[in-house]
Design a protein around this ligand. Structure first.
Ligand code: TXA
Ligand code: MG
Length: 350
């Protein structure tokens, strides 16, 4: 591996990255997956891929994560595409230290105390987002909260330092299958849908991180995991608990689990009535809306997913009587987009 970077020609090895950067290519190339190891040359390649919108699976002490630049909406949309998630769950953002975490999330005294004691380690903390942070809204699935974690794994730390980016990373498996604790698990689940796998052997904890939310005065365990409850309670006192399945930590009714605009949302709109804002898709936008935004004029579902939450927020802020949403195809990322839009529309009648 030594000297590999000097000879490495990215244009030859990763032409798809250049294609992806011009926003057109959204099919994951099936020939480019790279097996990397924890050498400094390979870490540089992984960091380069991540800085250019690539997807890199990397080891943490809990499970392997599927990493992307958390500030790049298109890269984050590709995570959902690769995992075939039929809905947009918010993702955990991995950062190198508490200082970086505090530039992204607002830590109460208690939240900071826990972070200080538990990080680096298998613990994720959910706090309100810093309003000015540059993490893409898709990471939080439109919520005004953010899940943050400083992993203890040496290679995860080295990667975070090398790329100097906050990394959004869900477990690196297809939606609905079990979390990967070896690079082989990642390979057989996501195989060639991703740009590289950074292999550093099996994960030591083998269980996802514990998630603690600080969304009101009271800490709540949103998902049990690799960091034990008694240790958490020894630091912050008694915690509430959300009743949930492993991959859906927010039980309905306990915490607001998804974002919906305050105004009504009207789906499958083909024309606009007065006072409505329009969320469009594709070439033909009906006229007449006071404010309109097009998720993807070219009909690209990755681009549409990347824009979804930010555009809904902008249209909501324009004060319309309702947001009319044009039909979105129901395949690939369209399934998750439609799932979210249906929830946003249904919330108004609940
Ligand atoms: O150990 C882990 O946590 C691994 C490694 C890679 O760090 N990651 C992981 O990510 O398990 P994932 O996406 O499989 O699970 C993240 C969980 C999701 O169930 C999601 O709902 C929750 O974190 N989550 C993320 N952001 C949230 C937020 N703002 N509020 C509440 N829950 C959140
Ligand atoms: Mg998972």
């Amino acid at each position: 591996m030594k000297g590999k970077l000097d000879r490495f020609d990215y244009d030859t090895h990763y032409p798809a990255l250049h294609l992806r950067q011009n926003g057109r290519q959204h099919q994951l190339d099936d020939t480019l997956v790279s097996n990397l190891t924890a050498t400094s040359g390979d870490l540089k390649i992984a960091a380069h891929l991540l800085s250019n919108g690539g997807l890199v699976a990397f080891p943490t002490e809990t499970v392997y994560g599927l990493g992307a630049d958390a500030t790049d909406a298109t890269a984050v949309a590709r995570i959902f595409q690769a995992k075939e998630r039929p809905s947009f769950n918010p993702l955990i953002v991995h950062v190198k230290d508490l200082t970086q975490a505090k530039s992204i999330g607002q830590f109460s005294v208690l939240a900071e105390k826990l972070a200080h004691e538990a990080w680096p380690g298998p613990l994720t903390i959910v706090v309100p987002r810093q309003p000015a942070c540059d993490i893409t809204e898709l990471v939080s699935a439109g919520l005004d909260t953010i899940a943050l974690r400083v992993p203890a794994h040496e290679t995860a730390q080295a990667l975070l330092a090398e790329c100097n980016l906050p990394l959004a990373a869900p477990s690196a498996n297809l939606s609905g299958s079990i979390s990967p604790t070896t690079a082989d698990h990642v390979r057989s689940s996501l195989g060639e849908r991703i740009d590289a796998i950074l292999d550093d052997g099996p994960c030591s904890v083998g269980l996802e991180s514990t998630i603690v939310g600080f969304l009101d005065d009271h800490p709540t365990i949103l998902r049990p995991g690799g960091f034990p409850r008694d240790k958490i309670e020894a630091i912050v006192g008694p915690c509430g608990e959300a009743i949930h399945a492993t991959d859906k930590p927010l039980a309905p009714g306990q915490l607001k689990s998804h974002y919906a605009p305050a105004c009504p949302v009207r789906l499958n709109a083909t024309e606009v009535t007065s006072g409505e804002a329009l969320l469009g898709f594709g070439e033909a936008m009906p006229g007449g809306a006071k404010h309109s935004l097009n998720l993807s004029p070219s009909g690209d579902l990755v681009e549409a997913a990347a824009n979804l939450f930010a555009f809904l927020h902008r249209l909501e802020d324009s004060g319309p009587t309702a947001i009319a949403v044009m039909p979105i195809p129901d395949y690939d990322l369209g399934e998750a987009i439609n799932d979210r839009l249906q929830r946003a529309a249904a919330d108004k009648t609940e």
